[in-house]
Design a binder for this molecule. Sequence first.
Ligand code: ADP
Length: 455
Amino acid sequence: MKILFCASEVYPFAKTGGLADVAGSLPAALSRLGDEVLVMTPKYRGTQGESAELAPGVQVRFIENEAYFNRSGLYGNDQGDYPDNLKRFSFFCHEALRICEEMRFQPDILHAHDWQAALMPVILKTRLVKDRFFAKTRSVLTIHNLAYQGHFPAKQFADTGLDESLFKLDGFEFYGKINVLKAGILYADALSTVSSTYAKEIKTAQYGFGLDGVIRAKKKNVRGILNGLDCDLWDPERDPKIQKNYSAKDMTGKRECKTALQSLCRFEADEKKPVFTMITRLAEQKGLDLFTEIADEFLSMEAQFVLLGEGDRVYHTAFKNIAARHPKNAAVFLGFNAENAHGLYAGADFFLMPSYFEPCGLGQMIAMRYGTVPVVRRTGGLADTVTDAGSARANGFSFNPCTGSALLKAMKKAMQCFRDPVKMAALRKQGMALDLSWDKSANEYLGFYGQVKRS
Ligand code: ADP
């Protein structure tokens, strides 16, 4: 099958979040299964040339426009989102389809990701509906996070490059504004998201961000396919960025990683104290207020805590204050630091992710690869990957409801388990034994594409 794969960020060329990881590794996994994949993404500042290869035979074609994409940020700067984002990403969508035709790459499936590429299924069904080149192309739209929809003032509609008549209730219109993702959902032949639980959640008012009705009205089901991990990058056996390599068979190296982390944080190097870590965007979604609410009580116990995070200033301040109040057992590193993240995943005993919502979540999966036990809110991809202690296949702790006291209760259970080395080793082992590779998910996508093609 021929797949045209379009995303606004592709690792290693540009990254702000999990979408880049997916777009950087899924195409290669699909190609290994025999698909022909062409990836298209904007050419941002720092990217060289017209195209590159993600893997042998997997071409990335950069969509170029100096004025739109040669900027310091992908979507905005310190002042917020760029005001012309609708123009920028509409250009990306039209231009990607034009170049696809110019390259004579006739896709069976157009796979568009998130609102920045969501205009593409709409273009196929409207402006290009009579274009014979795309007559057999079916479209799939994947939602990586429903909180980001591409809302714009109605007066900008001309920037979409589409006919004004599409600004209607069963089109782009959403409470008097433009909603690009909504139009994509309505016009795509099929929808998917990044975990089965999130696929169900987005049909409810609690998680739907106003689009749950639109999603429910779609006749076909939303498919949930869990993201995979780049298991070469995240591998405790070979990772050059950690103090000492280790594996499920021989975990002794993990102890050295813990000592190194405790020393980095200026904590007492005490093996008996559990180290909890958080590596995250500092955004409301991540349930950080649950932690800040219980931090003082938690840090009065025999435990250590280290955060690596970047994002909203309010959280920068809140976490700096926590570290100042508990210098002996709380350390806070503010900033995005891909190198340091490895040492934290490897050195910690527990990984916290108390998210309000989490479409898939990579952090808990990476943690499990490193034998670090996740403590998570039971939602979205966290519910699909973390099995709570108690069951035979337990690999972590999950809690509900989304409150500080429920989080604290789960953390106390984790600490209790930590005092029982046999139980703790069993949890670590289960996590490390999971198959989190892309190959499994790529196979599911392949089956899904086949269904969409036949429908
Ligand atoms: P999201 O896509 O919502 O940010 P995910 O858990 O899916 O959340 O992916 C987050 C990815 O970004 C993980 O690979 C995580 O290790 C990494 N990450 C998040 N914050 C930081 C940070 N401050 N420094 C380094 N890596 C980070």
